[in-house]
Design a protein around this ligand. Structure first.
Ligand code: AMP
Length: 172
């Protein structure tokens, strides 16, 4: 199945010059939605993944069904101020200013085999904060996985963990 055909490119969203890769068109198609998760399930089924860590909000859409199929736990990473219990946090750079992501301090045990999941890898800022959070808790990161990778932004170079993506865009 050609999953690229289900990704909608929206020019100039959220601002001028950005080619936004809209995955809602992939998720709303029953066969494409299932295929994207099944492909990831096939890749990770025998790798002993214990925890899936996904960032709000699109990381939840990919991470939760994958956790279910793998028989793994799902750990939400959220923007600061959203999680109810004690947390650790990591701050990362945005184009203007910074943002802070949080995870519950008891969400991962030392040595847990963790898969980090998000919808799309762009510059890698968000995911490098997730890597930091998981490492602070002593998790063992098996891989960081994405439906889409914007290869030309070279985000995987700053992550320092293995990276896998289903769909790659070599240029905007
Ligand atoms: P980054 O931290 O630069 O890797 O990007 C973080 C998040 O921004 C990703 O998880 C995407 O949800 C979103 N994002 C960034 N660039 C794009 C794009 N061109 N199309 C769709 N989503 C994007």
């Amino acid at each position: 199945m050609d999953l690229y055909a289900y990704v909608r490119n929206v020019p100039d969203f959220p601002k001028q010059g950005i080619q936004f890769k809209d995955l809602t068109t992939l998720w709303m198609d029953p066969a494409a939605c299932r295929e994207s998760i099944d492909l990831l399930h096939a890749r990770y089924r025998d790798r002993g993944i214990q925890k899936i860590v996904g960032a709000e909000s699109r990381g939840f859409i990919v991470g939760a069904p994958l956790a279910y199929l793998l028989g793994a736990g799902f750990i939400p990473v959220r923007k600061k101020g959203k999680l109810p219990y004690r947390q650790v946090e990591a701050t990362y750079e945005l184009e203007y200013g910074t943002d802070t992501l949080t995870i519950h301090e008891d969400a991962i045990e030392k040595g847990d085999r963790v898969l980090i999941v998000d919808d799309l890898l762009a510059t890698g800022g968000t995911v490098s904060a997730m890597v930091e959070l998981v490492q602070k808790l002593g998790g063992d990161i098996e891989e960081a996985v994405f439906l889409v990778e914007l290869v030309f932004l070279e985000g995987r170079r700053r992550l320092g963990v293995p990276v896998f993506s289903l769909l790659q865009y070599a240029q905007e």
